[in-house]
Each structure stands twice: as C-alpha cells, then as structure tokens.
Design a protein around this ligand. Structure first.
Ligand code: ZN
Length: 322
C-alpha cells in the first residue's frame, strides 16, 4: 500500500468511531475538541487516555503510547503495521461481508444432518443456544454464489479469507461461530480443528453481556461456552484458547470481579498450567481468580456431554482453588 492509500484509509476512519467500536467511552471533554477516558491499552484506573478528534490522534499519559488510528490498531490488536492496515481495511469494508457470510452459514445448519449430528454429539441440542451464538455450518458449496448475488466480488471474498485461490469456501465442513470481526470454524472432518480468518481473535466472547457480573466463568472453547450457557450459566465467557491476548486480559481486569478459570484438564497439563499462570497475573492486578478442577481429561464440554449437570458444575465452582 502506498502513502496515498494509507492516508485515504486514515481519513475514512474517524478515530472516535474506531475507539467506540472497541468499547471506549470518553469520561469528559476538554478544550479543543479533545476527550479523555480510560486507556484501552493498559489497565487504567483514572482517565489518562486523550483523543484529539480534530487531529485524529491519541495519547495516553499512563502508558505513554500515542499516534494515529493505525498506531492504535497496532497496540490494541498487538500486530505490526501491515496487519493493522489490513484489520482497519476490513473494519471499514468487510464487516457486512462477514455478517452476510454468517447469515449464509446460519441458514445451512439445519439443512445438513452431518452438522446437526455433530452439534448433538457435542451436547448442543437446544435451539436457544444455536440462536444465541448464531451458530452456522459451511457445507463447502454455494457461499461464493450467495455472496456474489449480494454484490460481493470474488477478490473481496478472497481478501477477507472466506475463499481460497480456487474460489472454494475456506470454512468447508466446519461449524461456524461469528465473532467480533472474525469467524471461528470448527472442523467436523479430518481438517485441522480450528480456523480463524486473518487478523486477531478479538476480545473475550460476548464480553458485553457478562462484564457487569460479579462472578465470571472463563472457558477455552466455544463448545464449552455453549454447554454452560445451555445449562443455565449466563455469566460465561470464552478466550478461544488458553492464552489470552492483551485485550482479553485487560477486559478481565477492567473492574472488580471473581474470575473462575475453567480451562481444559488435559493430559499434557497445558490447561492447568495456563490457568495457574493467568490466576497469578490476575491476582497481581487485584482481580480474584479461582481455578476450577475438572476431572482428568475433561473440559467443560465433555463434562456435560458425559453426564455432568448444572448442580455438579456448581459444586466444582464452589470447590475452585485460589
Ligand atoms: Zn495507556
């Protein structure tokens, strides 16, 4: 991308729009069309983040980071310049595209018995949870034609990562979950299990709906999230893997709460050690964390699939270790 294209991109994205789309709220305005608020880039207790709307620049007096909207995207998503540019381009143009792709997948779900069977095998039976998470299925056909009909050109689909060089759906034979600015695809066949579009995995799943809860249950995977939600635990969120990005960590630290870490009790110990590491980091930020001890070899999904119920899971929460 040349200098001119970069400048055009920056002009297309008012800094305030981008900040607000990522959950930032100004606390007060000061002279010269400038706003102050909590810094989205570090754990901030009093507003130290300044947004200058006339110049489309920001500066944080707490962590001393500042710059334009591209710089903000670099810090916020922890990516380098070219990836930040790609994310911003996607943000201004491709969000409706991903929504349309999600709509297509959603319609396909009930038409493909292999997908329904897979969901049942993972304990997802209630239509409520399918609607709540907008779960879909990529049958591996027709996506391109569907989106083409809506006016999306093939290069745009390719650039977004939805189709490969041959125009085939890159999510073929996957259960698809829409995320904020991305799609997560879980393979139901032999392909690598997890797939995301290029760009970050974003913040914690459905964070807005749980951020005001005093107690939050954090899980690794969306199938863990789904069963817990279905079994009546609305205060659950998901980090899509046991390594949290900076934004997800900051979300957990943005207010007083107790976080129950219900990571996989996998045989290689990666879930438990990630939980231990995370609980120490949370404690250092003044957030109380408790590690849920699932039976060996289980994750929350398999716990429920193999006969666990809400009462038993509640007991695990009560017995969770600091
Ligand atoms: Zn800061």
């Amino acid at each position: 991308m040349n200098r001119k294209a970069i400048d055009e991109l920056k002009q297309r994205i008012p800094l305030l729009d981008y900040l607000q789309a990522h959950g930032w709220q100004p606390a007060r305005s000061i002279r010269g069309g400038r706003l102050m608020g909590l810094c989205p880039l570090h754990t901030d207790r009093k507003p130290s983040f300044l947004a200058d709307l006339n110049r489309n620049l920001f500066y944080c007096y707490g962590c001393a980071r500042g710059g334009d909207v591209i710089r903000f995207a670099e810090f916020y998503h922890q990516v380098k310049f070219p990836e930040a540019v790609a994310l911003l381009r996607e943000w201004c143009g491709a969000t409706p595209l991903l929504e349309e792709a999600g709509n297509f997948y959603r319609l396909q779900l009930s038409r493909h018995c292999e997908a329904v069977a897979y969901l049942q095998q993972r304990g997802l039976r209630e239509p409520g949870v399918l609607d709540h998470m907008r779960i879909g299925y990529a049958p591996g056909r027709c996506l391109r034609a569907w989106l083409g009909q809506l006016g999306y050109a093939l290069p745009a689909l390719h650039e977004a990562g939805l189709v490969n060089g041959n125009g085939c759906d890159t999510y073929a034979h996957r259960i698809v979950f829409p995320l904020e600015g991305n799609l997560y695809g879980r393979s139901i066949g032999d392909a690598a299990p997890h797939r995301f579009l290029p760009g970050g995995k974003g913040g914690l799943y459905a964070w807005e709906s749980v951020r005001r809860c005093e107690e939050v249950v954090l899980v690794e995977g969306l199938f863990d999230y789904a069963v817990l939600w279905q079994w009546g635990f609305p205060n659950v969120t998901c980090s899509l893997g046991n390594h949290l990005n900076a934004r997800q960590f900051q979300q957990l630290c943005d207010g007083p709460r107790t976080v129950y870490l219900a990571f996989d009790a996998d045989a290689n110990g990666s879930g438990p050690s990630a939980a231990q590491w995370l609980s120490r980091r949370l404690a250092a930020q003044g957030v109380s964390a408790r590690r849920v001890q699932l039976p060996d070899g289980h994750d929350p999904n398999s716990f429920f699939v193999q006969g666990g119920d809400a009462y038993q899971f509640q007991r695990l929460l009560q017995a969770a270790l600091p």
